[in-house]
Design a protein around this ligand. Structure first.
Ligand SMILES: Cc1ncc(C[n+]2csc(CCOP(=O)(O)OP(=O)(O)O)c2C)c(N)n1
Length: 651
C-alpha cells in the first residue's frame, strides 16, 4: 500500500508526486464512470477534494485489511455526497475492489450508497445531512483521548456546509476539550448547489475558525500535492501552532478540477456528465474510449448480492451493581433515581488507573437532569457541552461507537424533537446511545407548553433501532437505567419532572422490588381485573392507580397494565387484556401518536376486536401545576375513573 511517512518526511519526493498523480488519474476516471453510469451523483466536489483525499489517505495510519483497527487515524467525511471521490480513493488503497464500486454504485440493495455509508469498509460514518461530521469527529477524538488511543481524527467538510450552525457548536466543543489531535479540512471551492457560496450565504470561513480558537492554515492551491502535504504536515506535527488547539486546513480548490468542461461550474456539484461529455472527459484523462461501454455492460451483468450491515461497534462490559430499592414511603422523582443509579454505575465502572467505561453529556442542565452525582465521582467523563444540543446528540452518538456506555441527558423537548434528525443519523450509524430525558409531558408544569414535550413516543417510534422505555416510578427507573447501561443499542428513557409515589402491590410493598428484573417488551400487571384494563406508563401510572382505587371501592374490577417498554411493546399482554374486556390507554402524550396508537395497531394486526378509548393530551398544555394541567385535559384520577365507569356502561 502506498504510504508517506508524514513525521519523517519534510517534503514529497518526485517519485511520490508522480505516483499520486497516477492515482489521481485512476480515481478521476472512476468518478466520471461511476456517476455517468449511475446517471446521478456528485462528481464536482469529488474532483475538487481528490488531491487532498489522496494525500490524506497516504499519510494516515490505517489497515485496509482491518478497517476497524482501534489505533487507526480516522477520516470522517462530512460531505457524504462526495461518495464517488471517497469510494475511488478507498478502492485505490485496497479497501474494496474497483469492480465492487463501479458495478454497484447507487444501486438498490448494494452497500455502495449515494452518500457514504459504513457498509463500505473504510467509511467511518454515514453522512450526507450536512453539518454533522465535525461533531462526529470531536466525539471520536474525545474517546481517543479518554481511552488513550494514539490516532488522529480528520474531518473533511465543504465550504457551503460551513453555513450550518451545528458546525459552530462543534468548533467550540473542540476548543474547550483541547482537541489538538483533531484536524478539519474545508474544501473551499466557493461553489454549492445554488451557485457561488458568496451569493447563497457568505461565510468568513477562516475568521470563524480563528474566532473559535482554532489554528487556521490556508492552502492556496488545493490541487498541488506538495502544498497540501506541507500544510497537512504542519497540522500533524503542530509545527508553530498553538498547542492543544484543533487545526483547520482551508484548501482553495476548483469544483470539477481536471475536467475542463466541468471546472468551476456549480451544475456539476450534483449532476453527472452525459455519455458524450463523459467520453470527452475520459479522453482528457488519456483513458481508453471503450472504458465506459465496458463498465456499463459489466454493470448490467453484475448481480447485487445483498446489503452488508454496518459493522457492530464494541460495547463495554459494565457491572450493573445492586439495585437501589426505594421503600413505599419514599417521595422522590425518577430523575433523582436516575442520578443515583448513574453515580453508582460510575463508581463501580469508572475506576482509577483503568480506562473509563461510562460517559455522560449534559447541555447546561446538570442539576435539573440530576447528573451532579455522576459529575462528582467521574469528573473526566462528565462532559458539559453547553446549550448545543444538535452537536451533543451527534457527538455523544459518535462516542458511543468507541466503546463507552454513553448517556445524554436533557429536557424532553431538546432530547427528542429538537435533535430528532441527529438521533436518526445516529441510528443509521448503529450507535449505542442512551438518551435519558427528563421533564417530559404536562408534568413539566409551570414552565409551560414550550417546555412540555408531548410527542416523544411518536417521534422515537419512527427510528428502527431505538428502544423506548418509560419508567413508572423511581424503583423502575433504577432498574431500567442499570439495564440500559449494561446492554448495547440505542434507547430513549423518559421521565417527567415531579416527585412520584412509589408504585406498590395491593398490600403496600414496592411493586418493583429488589427481585424485579426489567425486560424490554414485557409489561407489568400492576392490578388484575376482569371487566376492563387501563394501559399506561410513566407519570400517568400513579394517576391510574388512584383511579383504580376509586373504581375498586365501587366494586368495579379493572386491571392496570404498566407498559414501561413502549418499543418493543408487549403484544401478548395487550391481547391478554383485550380478551378480558374494553381497554383504556392513559398517557401524558399526544393522543394520536403514543401508546393508544400503538395498542390500536397491535389489536388490528392481531385481528382482535375490542373497544379502545385513548386518553391523553388533546391540545397544548398551559402553564400551571401539573395536577391542574392533568385536570384540564381530563387526566386526573377522578376523570379517569369516571371515564372508565361510563365506558363500562356503554360496552
Ligand atoms: C442539512 C442539509 N441541508 C441541505 C442539504 C442538500 N445539499 C447537499 S450538498 C449541498 C451543497 C453543499 O455545498 P458544499 O459544502 O460547498 O459542497 P460542494 O458543493 O463543494 O460539493 C446541499 C445544500 C444537505 N445534504 N444537508
Amino acid at each position: 500500500m502506498f504510504r508517506i511517512d508524514i513525521k519523517e518526511q519534510n517534503e514529497l519526493t518526485q517519485e511520490q508526486i508522480s505516483q499520486l498523480q497516477t492515482m489521481w488519474n485512476r480515481c478521476a476516471t472512476r468518478i466520471i464512470l461511476s456517476t455517468t453510469m449511475a446517471r446521478s451523483g456528485h462528481p464536482g466536489g469529488s474532483l475538487s477534494s481528490l488531491h487532498t483525499l489522496l494525500v490524506l489517505y497516504s499519510v494516515i495510519r490505517h489497515r485496509p485489511a482491518e478497517p476497524r483497527w482501534p489505533d487507526r487515524d480516522r477520516v470522517v467525511v462530512s460531505i457524504g455526497h462526495i461518495s464517488p471521490g471517497i469510494y475511488s480513493v478507498l478502492t485505490e488503497f485496497g479497501y474494496f475492489s474497483e469492480e465492487d464500486f463501479l458495478t454497484e454504485f447507487r444501486r438498490a440493495g448494494s452497500p455502495c450508497a449515494g452518500h457514504v455509508e459504513q457498509t463500505m469498509p473504510g467509511v467511518e460514518w454515514n453522512t450526507g445531512n450536512l453539518g454533522q461530521g465535525l461533531s462526529v469527529g470531536t466525539g471520536i477524538c474525545l474517546a481517543q483521548n479518554l481511552l488513550d488511543r494514539p490516532g488522529k481524527t480528520i474531518v473533511l467538510m465543504g465550504d457551503g456546509e460551513q453555513q450550518k450552525g451545528q458546525i459552530s457548536e462543534a468548533r467550540r466543543f473542540a476548543t474547550k476539550f483541547r482537541q489538538g489531535n483533531l484536524i478539519g479540512v474545508v474544501d473551499r471551492n466557493h461553489l454549492q448547489i445554488g451557485g457561488s457560496t458568496e451569493d447563497v450565504m457568505p461565510v468568513r470561513v477562516r475568521d470563524e475558525y480563528t474566532a473559535a480558537g482554532w489554528n487556521v492554515l490556508y492552502v492556496p492551491d488545493g490541487h498541488d500535492f506538495h502544498t497540501i502535504f506541507k500544510a497537512l504536515r504542519r497540522a500533524w506535527t503542530h509545527d508553530g501552532l498553538v498547542p492543544g488547539c484543533p487545526t483547520v486546513l482551508v484548501t482553495r480548490t476548483v469544483m470539477g478540477k481536471g475536467i475542463s468542461l466541468m471546472e468551476d461550474k456549480a451544475k456539476y456539484h450534483g449532476s453527472p456528465l452525459s455519455k458524450e461529455d463523459a467520453q470527452a472527459a475520459l479522453r482528457e484523462l488519456g483513458q481508453d474510449q471503450g472504458l465506459l461501454e465496458l463498465w456499463s455492460s459489466n454493470r448490467i451483468e453484475h448481480q447485487i448480492e445483498g446489503h452488508c450491515k454496518t459493522p457492530e461497534a464494541n460495547f463495554p462490559s459494565i457491572d450493573p451493581g445492586e439495585p437501589i430499592v426505594y421503600n413505599a414511603e419514599t417521595k422522590t422523582d425518577c430523575r433523582s433515581a436516575y442520578g443515583a443509579a448513574l453515580k453508582d454505575l460510575a463508581q463501580r465502572n469508572n475506576v482509577p488507573d483503568s480506562a473509563p467505561k461510562i460517559i455522560g453529556f449534559s447541555c447546561d442542565l446538570e442539576g435539573s437532569v440530576k447528573m451532579q452525582g455522576f459529575h462528582s465521582v467521574s469528573p473526566n467523563t462528565f462532559i458539559e457541552t453547553g446549550i448545543q444540543e444538535h452537536h451533543t446528540a451527534t457527538c455523544a452518538g459518535a462516542v458511543s461507537r468507541e466503546g463507552l456506555a454513553t448517556f445524554f441527558s436533557t429536557f424532553g423537548v431538546f432530547a427528542a424533537a429538537e435533535t430528532y434528525n441527529q438521533h436518526r443519523l445516529n441510528d443509521l450509524n448503529r450507535t449505542h446511545l442512551k438518551i435519558v430525558s427528563t421533564h417530559l409531558g404536562l408534568d413539566v408544569g409551570e414552565d409551560g407548553p414550550t417546555h412540555q414535550s408531548l410527542d416523544y413516543v411518536g417521534l422515537l417510534n419512527n427510528l428502527f433501532g431505538f428502544s423506548i422505555f418509560m419508567p413508572a416510578d423511581p424503583n423502575q427507573t433504577d432498574r431500567i437505567i442499570r439495564f440500559v447501561a449494561t446492554n448495547p443499542g440505542n434507547c430513549f428513557v423518559g421521565m417527567g419532572r415531579s416527585k412520584l409515589p412509589i408504585i406498590t402491590t395491593k398490600d403496600g410493598k414496592p411493586f418493583f422490588d429488589a427481585d424485579y428484573l426489567f425486560q424490554p417488551g414485557q409489561a407489568d400487571w400492576l392490578r388484575q381485573g376482569d371487566m376492563a384494563t387501563f394501559l399506561t406508563y410513566g407519570s400517568a401510572t400513579s394517576k391510574v392507580l388512584k383511579a383504580w382505587s376509586i373504581l375498586d371501592s365501587k366494586g368495579l374490577s379493572v386491571g392496570i397494565l404498566n407498559m414501561a417498554s413502549l418499543k418493543p411493546i408487549d403484544k401478548e399482554s395487550i391481547l391478554e387484556a383485550a380478551k378480558k374486556g374494553p381497554l383504556i390507554t392513559v398517557e401524558d402524550h399526544v393522543v394520536r401518536t403514543g401508546l393508544g396508537a400503538i395498542v390500536a395497531q397491535e389489536l388490528m394486526a392481531a385481528g382482535a376486536y375490542q373497544q379502545l378509548l385513548i386518553m391523553g393530551v388533546t391540545h397544548y398544555g398551559s402553564s400551571g401545576k401539573p395536577d391542574d394541567l392533568y385536570c384540564l385535559q381530563g387526566l386526573d384520577a377522578e376523570s379517569l375513573a369516571k371515564k372508565m365507569e361510563e365506558f363500562l356502561m356503554l360496552s
